[in-house]
Design a protein around this ligand. Structure first.
Ligand code: IPE
Length: 258
């Protein structure tokens, strides 16, 4: 379950602020589900602003500057993860945070190693695991950003997962940028018949998103669709949608199928 950064933080605010109202509502909605969950947090204001200010996202930034960004980004992401962990524990969901920085390395922005041993143990012991987009050491670049979407896709392949739910601040995939084109249309299903067309229409997101926005998200999810999983992009800012999704009801969303 990915909680998009634009839902759990106030993405435009500096210094970064968590969206406590949404975090508490999402906690109540998650509580309705009785199975195991890995919750993957996006960076939102906490991750993207700090990453942007150290030149992540700009291919010309040198190693030294990227490495200098690690403490600031890590600190912000730890604060965000702690907020969500506190809300879940206080809401009666036993939760632990496992940060990618401590269990993974990257090579040219791709995952080189990512240990899931402790996550699996935590899930077996009945805990919900919170992990998050993070800055990680990168063998080629010094440091790179590992996005929450990439983590969600990676874990879906590695763990015994039956669904991947990507919570964002839009109803799913639209055929144009809704801020620039208010009549952008919602796409309910992406499969082999329309995937190329959809990929052409979805560009990188606006603002300080250093991890590629909707088109990168989609490319990764389309690859995952080859596995037999329920893959859904939905609007997590609408109260009740997560609850409906978790209970198997039909909701407005984009489903990704082979
Ligand atoms: C970004 O993660 C993590 C950092 C910038 C440290 P995501 O790319 O998954 O975050 P959102 O959901 O777009 O905010």
């Amino acid at each position: 379950m990915k909680l998009g950064g634009s839902v759990i933080t106030h993405k435009g605010t500096s210094p970064p602020a968590t969206n406590d109202e949404n975090i508490h509502r999402i906690t109540k909605e998650l509580k309705t589900y009785k199975g195991g969950i890995v919750v993957v947090l996006g960076g939102g204001a906490h991750g993207h602003q700090a990453a942007h200010s150290y030149g992540f996202g700009d291919p010309t930034t040198n190693k030294e500057r990227l490495l200098m960004g690690i403490p600031h980004i890590r600190h912000n992401m730890s604060i965000l993860a702690l907020e969500v962990e506190s809300a879940l524990n206080e809401g009666g969901i036993p939760t632990v945070v496992i940060s990618p920085f401590s269990i993974s390395t990257l090579k040219n922005k791709q995952i080189q190693s990512f240990s899931t041993t402790i996550m699996e143990r935590a899930l077996e012991s009945g805990c919900v695991v919170v992990t998050h987009g993070d800055v990680c050491f990168d063998e080629e670049r010094g440091a790179s950003i590992l996005s929450g979407d990439t983590i969600a896709v990676y874990l879906a392949k590695k763990l015994d997962v039956k669904s991947v739910y990507i919570g964002t601040d839009v109803d799913g995939v639209l055929d144009d940028n809704p801020t620039l084109n208010p009549s952008a249309k919602h796409i309910p299903v992406i499969d082999h018949t329309n995937r190329e067309d959809v990929l052409r229409k979805t560009g990188p997101s606006k603002n300080t998103d250093v991890t590629g926005g909707m088109s990168k998200k989609l490319n990764e999810l389309l690859e995952l669709a080859k596995q037999d999983l329920d893959i859904v992009i939905f609007n997590l800012t609408v109260p009740g949608r997560l609850t409906s999704l978790l209970s198997g009801e039909s909701v407005t969303c984009t489903r990704i199928i082979p």
